[in-house]
Unconditional design. Structure first.
Length: 198
């Protein structure tokens, strides 16, 4: 006779506590879950292509700069002009982009470029932005989206699954004859000056 006595009910009784993996494995699973969540939570932006194309005349615009002075594209006839559109003053990516252009401004000038930044901000906001980061170039205020719509850089964006309308970061390089020679639709903020001169 078997010295051990087994009660069938012991085997029929369901486990009251679910199996828990060792602490190290649980931590690894948690980290993996968090990493996946972070990856899926990254903002996504839909870039709508501007209606303008390389080789056509750049729309002539006129607006107020950070000092309230009237500035027109016609003022730069015979010069190469970089017109870069950005969403908002003093925001992380826009600041990195502006500072990259600032740090490389002398080189841009040596290569014959004039830089003009345009956003929906007003002149007061531009003045603060320029002063805070010592930006050496013109910033035009376009709160009514007049120039923004001329260049077709306002469209649908998607961030964290939420769709909304906003400015799509885009840069236009205009030659001495007023013709668009380059369109940079997804500027690299940290190396934007290099992109322009490439």
């Amino acid at each position: 006779m078997c010295p051990f006595s087994f009660t069938p009910s012991l085997f029929a009784k369901p486990l009251t506590r679910p199996f828990a993996p060792p602490r190290e494995i649980r931590c690894a699973i948690l980290l993996e879950s968090v990493s996946s969540a972070i990856i899926f939570a990254l903002p996504k932006t839909e870039h709508m292509a501007t209606h303008l194309t390389v080789g056509e005349k750049a729309p002539v615009f006129k607006g107020k700069d950070q000092n309230g002075k009237s500035v027109s594209l016609k003022d730069f006839k015979g010069q190469k002009v970089v017109v870069y559109f950005y969403p908002q003053d003093d925001t992380p990516v826009c600041t990195v982009q502006a500072c990259n252009l600032r740090d490389n401004y002398e080189v841009l000038q040596e290569n014959g470029y004039v830089v003009i930044g345009i956003s929906p901000d007003d002149t007061a906001s531009h003045a603060k932005f320029q002063t805070k980061y010592s930006l050496p170039f013109t910033l035009i205020a376009d709160p009514n989206h007049t120039i923004i719509n001329q260049y077709g850089v306002w469209g649908e964006k998607n961030m964290y699954g939420n769709k909304f309308m906003g400015l799509i970061r885009t840069t236009f390089v205009i030659d001495e004859k007023g013709v668009i020679s380059k369109i940079i639709k997804k500027p690299k903020s940290k190396t934007h000056a290099e992109e322009i001169m490439k």
